[in-house]
Design a protein around this ligand. Structure first.
Ligand code: AMP
Ligand code: GLY
Length: 426
């Protein structure tokens, strides 16, 4: 069996690792991958954004299954092209990927479906947007409508900050066309949780919950990043909320999409705020989360391929996923300066020692091989991941592994999962 995984980050390393370990022992290819994936998958020198190149490769190599990691190729319609060519692909169509590709579309579907979410209005001109924003008042959230590489959302504490965010998007056009339309959104308070579901067009199976840590420094200080760590499961997301979200969020969204003749296949990720009035949706993503995937996949017992195939075939059942009782924590080690400017090319030492610890996986995100050595090649460099009997143990194991690894300028948060651990022992 041949499997192609598209993407080159920590999420894709985790996917490649899980799929390569399947009992069918597939041959896994990863386009373009990184130094970590290249140890267990055949590297394909095609960028994840190069839809033509990926399609040409797949036409020639005919993989039995393709898993698309990032949102850009999905929003570009790559899954549609694969399907039309009879290539089995895990990932939603271009029409369905608009749930992530357009925040205005996503909000429109949520409102029509009756899914709980923050109130919002959208604008294409600065003056009316600013007038509305002042009427609502701060704190308030400004969101670029389109894909902005994770930088399109500004949570504004003051009216002044919100004015600056609106000007940046609508006047200075810092996000290009992606910010030609903005959402001005009510600011929700609470704890965030990521709930991902496998969807086969009709059936939905929730994955266990996870929590991301978006701010760069401990205690959620400093600027937002692509994610400094994650853990799973998230105790804030109780079983009763799980049943509720399955129906009130996923059930309703998929029913509304079906009504619009947009069937959904793949993974659907709901970013939820657990507010005092219950969970509300902050955003949908149409792909696996990063770094949530690194903390979720090690907890899945047995094979993942049958579940992904069932999504493609429309035969998904809850029995396709079994969970370990262990918890998992992923600590991201980032390059000095990240999320600002950072240097590349620093040699990384201690990877083998870290991976020799029981239950530890070091998922590479921004790495490359140079002269036979693993070097840094991105802002988020590694996702150091460990299982443990509970969250506290998983946290201890993950930080023990982090302690074995070093590279110049490395920094990481010391409190990944700390909030959940404190909550559980209180
Ligand atoms: P995104 O870049 O779309 O992943 O969103 C970034 C982050 O912005 C989310 O994870 C939340 O932390 C925050 N956020 C988005 N919408 C809201 C909202 N309505 N209220 C409060 N925070 C929000
Ligand atoms: N962890 C946030 C995301 O994947 O968008």
């Amino acid at each position: 069996m041949k499997i192609l995984v598209i993407g080159g980050g920590g999420r894709e390393h985790a996917l490649v690792w899980k799929l390569a370990g399947d009992s069918r022992r597939p041959q896994v290819f990863c386009a373009p991958g990184n130094a970590g994936t290249s140890r267990i998958a055949v590297p394909v020198q095609v960028a994840a954004e190069d839809s033509d190149g990926l399609f040409a490769w797949a036409q020639a190599q005919r993989p039995d299954l393709t898993v698309i990691g990032p949102e850009v190729p999905l929003c570009d319609g790559l899954a549609d092209r694969f399907n039309a060519a009879g290539l089995r692909v895990f990932g939603p169509s271009q029409a369905a990927a608009r749930l992530e590709g357009s925040k205005a579309f996503s909000k429109d579907v949520m409102l029509a479906a009756g899914v709980p979410t923050a109130r919002a209005d959208f604008f294409t001109a600065y003056e009316p947007a600013a007038a509305f924003m002042r009427k609502v008042g701060a704190p308030i959230v400004i969101k670029a409508d389109g894909l902005a590489a994770g930088k399109g959302v500004t949570v504004c504490a003051t009216v002044g900050e919100a004015e600056a965010a609106l000007k940046a998007a609508l006047v200075q056009r810092v996000f290009g066309d992606a910010g030609a339309r903005v959402l001005v959104e009510e600011c929700l308070q609470g704890e965030e949780v990521s709930v991902l579901a496998l969807v086969d067009g009709e059936h939905v199976v929730l994955l266990d919950s996870a929590q991301d840590h978006k701010r760069v420094f401990d205690r959620d200080a400093g600027p937002n990043t692509g994610g400094m760590g994650a853990y799973s499961p998230a105790p804030v997301f109780t079983d009763s909320w799980r049943a509720w979200v399955l129906e009130q969020v996923f059930g309703r969204m998929l029913a509304e999409l079906r009504r619009r003749a947009i069937p959904y296949k793949g993974v659907l990720y709901a970013g939820l705020m657990m507010t005092a009035a219950g969970p509300k949706v902050l955003e949908f993503n149409v792909r696996f989360g990063d770094p949530e995937t690194q903390a979720i996949l090690p907890r899945i017992e047995g094979d993942l391929i049958p579940a992904l195939e069932a999504c493609v075939d429309g035969t998904l059942t809850p029995a396709h996923l079994r969970w370990k009782h262990e918890a998992c924590v992923c600590v991201v080690m980032a390059a000095g300066g990240y999320p600002g400017a950072y240097r590349k090319g620093a040699p990384i030492v201690g990877l083998d020692a870290a991976e020799a610890l029981p239950g530890v996986n070091v998922f590479h995100a921004g790495t490359a091989m140079r002269d036979g050595r693993v070097v840094t090649a991105g802002g988020r460099v590694l996702g150091v991941t460990a299982l443990g009997g509970n969250l506290a143990q998983a946290m201890e194991n993950a930080y023990a592994a982090v302690g074995k690894i070093s590279f110049e300028g490395a920094h990481y948060r010391r409190d990944i999962a700390a909030r959940a651990v404190t909550r559980k022992t209180m």
